[in-house]
Each structure stands twice: as structure tokens, then as C-alpha cells.
Design a protein around this ligand. Sequence first.
Ligand code: PMT
Length: 401
Amino acid sequence: MLKDKKILVGITGGIAAYKAADLVSRLCKQGAIVYVAMTKGATEFIAPLTLRTLSGNPVYIEMFEEPKVWNVEHISLAENVDLAVVAPATANILAKMAAGIADDFLSTVLLATKAPIFVAPAMNHNMYHNPATQENLQVLKERSVEIIGPGTGFQACGTPGDGRMSEPQEIIEALERYFAQEKPLQGKRALVTAGGTQEPLDPVRYLGNRSSGKMGFAVAQALVEAGAETILVTAPTTLPTPKGVKRIDVTTAMEMYEEVMAHQSNMDVIVKAAAVADYRPKVFAEQKMKKDGSELQIQLVPNPDILAELGKIKKKQILVGFAAETENLIKHAEGKMQRKNVDMLVANDVTKPGAGFGSPTNIVTFLFPDGHKIDLPQMSKLDVGRKLVEKIVEILEKRSE
Ligand code: PMT
């Protein structure tokens, strides 16, 4: 599983650094090509020469030392590895990763890489349970960093608790699971829309909606996990782009329409999770509109219904729509499924706590044109995305039978 995989092992300054030698040795025995980057702290616990000897490659520590090969090393390493694993990962490196700090070789490579990142935390159990560390781990999880462990047991500081680095064999197994993961959408191209479009009234105001983009971003992440080459056309949001996704930023429904139409013919799958404004102001006021105390009427003109347009022209594509409802969920969603000619519709009642706009979770029902429905319990939006991908894979498989 690990043969010929290029793996960056990041080692930071904790007593568990000695176990990193075993990890590097095991990875190399399995045929992986291992590059090691150490923090200065790590070199206090284990000699770089040990890692160099075990990996057969130079060890990276200093940002500004003479290059080992002529290249911008942190960037070329970041671009060339298949996976990065930080073991042990101290509270300090986790905080730096969460904050996007790049102040030494390892943290810079981790910020620059698009490869999946695994971390094996190792620290004193009080440091591990400190809310700062827990929040940093949560941030990293949301950015798709895989957390391995930590284990529980007797710690080097003399007290028992959790915070022990997972054993090298457990770390290897986590990496093997990643490389073994089925990629059922490998070779497929997908486009997802996310967020709420903004329809400008004047230079300072717009008509908008409450969509945060979380649902669409989660779907894009699930599609990439399943191996699809994924484009995410998103309305304004501050969310970070999931790893491996090509992001296109738009503001208005018309811009979203243009981008979706420009790419649609190359897509195998299109998922429309965006909350698109049905109307836009007829006139855009060049200067900020002034109040004069009287009533204000704004004339609106319809935007194109992007999903309905896609439904008219689709051939072999799988088209998935969402329906955000506040009443009669299934009845309204069924109407949309038919009108927009989609292969699957994800209905959510946006008035339910834990569902809809802004929430990290959603409660959805999948509807299909043959009449069958699947009710899902409340789950994270990423899990909804993964369930959605499972159904897309099933539809594709049925079509190829
Ligand atoms: O972004 P979050 O905060 O995570 O919230 C998630 C969500 C509530 C936005 C999401 O789960 C959701 O329901 N998205 C669809 C919102 C919506 O606009 O629903 P609708 O029922 O108005 O539209 C039905 C479908 O037609 C949607 O797929 C929509 O993208 C599409 N549409 C609508 C209007 C339009 N002019 N063009 C479209 O393509």
C-alpha cells in the first residue's frame, strides 16, 4: 500500500520524537520514499543523523540553509509529497497549523502543501485537554487534517492520562487506510455550487440570504474524497477551500449562472447546494441610495433558474438539486424535483434546529424521481455530503449496468 508513496514525516520537539525513528524505518521497509523535516526542538530529542540514515534522504531543519537540491525546497517538497504526517505533533505545531503560522521549515511546508496531512498529537494530558489545544484540533479537523490518537497511558512526565503518541504501527495503519480508500469517483468530474448569492442594490447594499456555504463546501470535500476532480463555484463566504478542490468565486446569481454554464458540459456530476437569489434589483444605483423619509420601492427582475436550465440540457450528467423549505417539505421538494428534472433532490427544512443555514449539521431527506425517499438523521454536513456521494456512485453504477 505504501510502496513508492512519497511521505513527509514532520518531527516536532517532544519525548515521543524517539518513536519517529521507528516510524521512518517502518515506512521505508514498506517501500515508501520518506523525507523528514524536523523542528529545532525535535533535534534536541533525536539526532537528525538517525533520521537521515533511516530515510536515506537529507533531513530538513533550517529554512535558510544552503539548499540540498537546487530548488525552493519547502515549496518543491510541499508539492511533491503524496502525504504529510507529523509525529509527534506537539501542542505548539498544532497551534501553528491552526493559525497558519509558517516560521520554520516544517510549518512552512505544512502551510504550502496540498497533500493530505495527518497528525499524531503527543503531549502532557493537561496540555492536550487545554481548551486551546482542543479548539486547534477542531479547527484542523474541519480543514480535513486527520488526527491519529493520541493514546492513553503512562506519560513521560510521570502521570497517567491521554496524550501519548500513537504507536508507529497504528500510524502506519492509518496511512494505509488512507491509501487503500476506495475512490469510486476517480476519473469523474464534478461541479458544486455553494453559498448565498448577493444581488447589489448600490455600492454598499445587496439582497442576500442566510447561506454560509457550509453545505456546498462539505459536498465538494466529499466528492474530492471519493476521487472526483471537483470545481466549487461559490458565492461570498469566509470558508477555507477544501483540499484538492478548484474554487471559483462569484457574487451574483448571474455570475454563478455564467460560471456553471461555462463548465457544465465537461461535468459528470453537478450538485447545486447554493441558495441562489430568484430575483435581482432591476437597477443598480451607481451611488449610495439616500433616504428621504418616504417609502422605497425596488423593482426586481427574475434571475435565471440555473438548476432548471441544467435540467433542460442535461444528457448523461447526474444532476442533484437541493430544496430549502420552511413548510410542506416533501410536497414542495417533489415539485422542484420534477420541474427541474434532477436525478436526486436533497430536501431540508431550514426552520428545524440543527438543520439548514449556517449550522454545522443538517437534517435532510433524499428524494428520487422513482418516488423513493431516504430520511437521514441529524448529522454533520460532511457526513450528509458523504451520503450524497454514496447515492451518486449508486446512480452511476446502475447506469453503467
Ligand atoms: O450554506 P449553508 O449555510 O450550509 O446552508 C445550506 C442550505 C440551506 C443553503 C442548503 O442545504 C440548501 O438547501 N441549498 C439550496 C437553497 C435553495 O436555494 O433552495 P431553493 O429551494 O430555493 O432552490 C432549489 C434548487 O434550485 C437549489 O438547488 C438551488 O441551488 C437551485 N436554484 C434556485 C434558484 C435559482 N435561480 N437557480 C438555481 O439553480
